[in-house]
Design a protein around this ligand. Structure first.
Ligand code: ADP
Length: 536
């Protein structure tokens, strides 16, 4: 199936945009889904804590109400003579009662225990908290336990009271005053198993600890519940013993989720960026190749039409003037030379692209090689008005390199210097030794290269973007061949240039000893070794 739109820039950008949007949406959905699930787990944990606390409140409340029923049954209001024995039995039973008062609702003194000097203080304290006129006696359901729970500055006051009627219909309030310590031990007994997994406390409305220390309300796992009808001034508080771990776990889980989302998003964005860069480079290469084809065809066409034109003129035999003929021959020669150089370059480049390298490494003296090559080139350049200067430092050693490749790189550099020179037609070639390298540099005073292009010019097919470059014929492969030549020798090509001031290209080749020299040296050192050993 053909998908022509994939080459379309807009289609590619839209596709990348869609992937970005989908990734962001997916990541957020995933994040919120996970966070939502975590919240659900937390909520169910909190809910189960609430249930548990309410269950314990209910249990304690139920226990007090059960006790109330027993207390109710242990009293017979129609038998005043038996009240002392009944009260005694109640006190002895495990029902948390300190004292029982039998009252007439309209009297200031108890029916039992009979008011006396001994009970004066105790009765006074009781009356101070249990104010009959504050109770809605008229609406009080008879034979039903009711509760009065109060905070006192030094203590708590807890009474269960019941409205009873004697046979003759007189109302009697039976008040069971509870013992604080025994109520606390009842709480302790009923809350003990809860304390294995929870911090448990009972506080009053002022947050004073009645049972255990008050618990901080800051944790989300904290829960408190009131006792609805009995000890209604008190509040049960619970929080799981491992609440800090739970909170920590929750925090780290959130962080892990976030990190995961951020990581996966950045991975996708990074991959997209890589794809985008690769796609852009691909497009640039396609563009460069297209330019290359048109440049090369142009480069071949121009000399070819000149050759055809001048050879046709010569073939007609109409040119009689010998000087003119010579000039035409020279043009034919130059143009065919230019063509063959271009074709050679193309062939070398084709080999380079296909990875075929015909390395012919041999003992080479680069200084001599350059001197000889320039001898042949100098005449041609002088004719074009160029001054060619060669400087060679005299300590250039022989090295193991490919002379043809180096000549090719040199001619590419010289060719460029000629092409891109302006008024000052001077080219300086220098061969020198520098830190284990032989440096072959070619300098001109031509148009120069902008800093932004100084790296790109070594890429295949790349041609300078300036109009001054575009006007000059070229194929964009000369410097990439030069760089390849440097690379196959383990060296590099550098450029120093300033627009309008000229350029210097430096081909740096590491000095490599020819193998026969190395062998000779090895043999010499082997011969020297036994003597040394003997010497030791
Ligand atoms: P071509 O010269 O055929 O364009 P090259 O690969 O030889 O291809 O060079 C690549 C680019 O480098 C040129 O298009 C030009 O912009 C720049 N360049 C190379 N040599 C010089 C020079 N001596 N002076 C100025 N610009 C140069």
């Amino acid at each position: 199936m053909k998908l022509p739109f994939v080459h379309n820039t807009l289609a590619t950008i839209v596709a990348i945009g869609l992937i970005v949007i989908a990734t962001v949406a997916l990541s957020f959905v995933n994040y919120y889904y996970t966070v939502g699930r975590e919240n659900l787990v937390e909520n169910s944990l909190v809910q189960s804590n609430i249930k548990l606390a309410l269950h314990y409140v209910d249990r304690i409340e139920q226990k007090i109400l059960d006790n109330d029923r027993i207390l109710l049954e242990m009293v017979d209001v129609d038998n005043p003579a038996g009240w002392p024995a009944m009260v005694d039995a109640i006190r002895k039973a495990d029902l948390n009662v300190d004292q029982v008062y039998f009252l007439r609702p309209d009297s200031n003194y108890p029916l039992y225990p009979e008011y006396s000097y001994e009970i004066r203080n105790e009765w006074g304290r009781f009356r101070a908290n249990f104010k009959v006129n504050e109770l809605d006696i008229g609406n009080l359901l008879p034979n039903q336990p009711h509760h009065l729970h109060k905070e006192r500055p030094d203590n708590y006051f807890f009474v269960t009271y019941v409205l009873r009627h004697t046979m003759d219909g007189s109302p009697i309030l039976v008040c069971y005053q509870m013992n604080f310590d025994r109520i606390v031990s009842l709480l302790d007994k009923h809350l003990r198993d809860l304390q294995d997994r929870f911090y448990v406390s009972i506080v009053d409305f002022e947050n004073n600890g009645v049972f255990g220390q008050p618990i901080s309300r800051s944790s989300k796992y904290f829960f408190e519940a009131r006792f609805p009808t009995t000890i209604y001034k008190w509040i049960l508080q619970i929080v799981p013993r491992n609440y800090t771990e739970l909170e920590q776990m929750e925090k780290s889980q959130r962080l892990t989720n976030l990190v995961f989302v951020v990581l996966s998003m950045s991975t996708i964005f990074f991959s997209l960026a890589v794809i985008y860069v690769a796609w852009r480079r691909d497009r640039q290469l396609i563009q460069l190749k297209e330019n290359f084809i048109s440049n090369v065809s142009h480069e071949l066409k121009t000399p070819l039409s000149l050759i055809r034109m001048f050879s046709e003129i010569l073939m007609t035999g109409r040119v009689k003037n010998e000087a003119k003929k010579l000039e035409y021959y020279r043009i034919l020669n130059n143009e065919s030379d230019r063509m063959s150089r271009l074709i050679n370059n193309l062939l070398d480049f084709a080999n380079l692209v296909r990875g075929i390298e015909h390395k012919h490494f041999e003992r080479t003296n680069i200084a001599q090689l350059v001197t000889k090559s320039l001898e042949a080139y100098r005449h041609e350049m002088q004719k074009e008005g160029f001054q060619l200067n060669l400087t060679v430092t005299d300590d250039i050693p022989d090295s193991f390199s490919d002379p043809n490749a180096i000549t090719m790189a040199l001619f590419n550099l010289l060719d460029n210097s000629v092409k891109y020179s302006t008024d000052r037609k001077q080219i300086d070639v220098r061969v020198a030794r520098n830190n284990g390298f032989i440096e072959l540099s070619v300098t001109d005073w031509g148009i120069g290269i902008p800093a932004s292009e100084q790296q790109k010019i070594f890429d295949q097919f790349y041609r300078g973007s300036e109009p001054s470059v575009r006007r000059i014929r070229g194929s964009g492969i000369g410097l990439s061949i030069t760089r390849h030549v440097a690379g196959m020798h383990g060296g590099e090509v550098l450029v120093e240039s300033e627009p309008g001031r000229g350029s210097t290209f430096i081909l740096r080749i590491p000095v490599q000893e020819p193998p026969e020299d190395r062998r000779q040296k090895d043999e010499a050192s082997l011969e020297a070794m036994p003597a040394n050993r003997n010497g030791c």
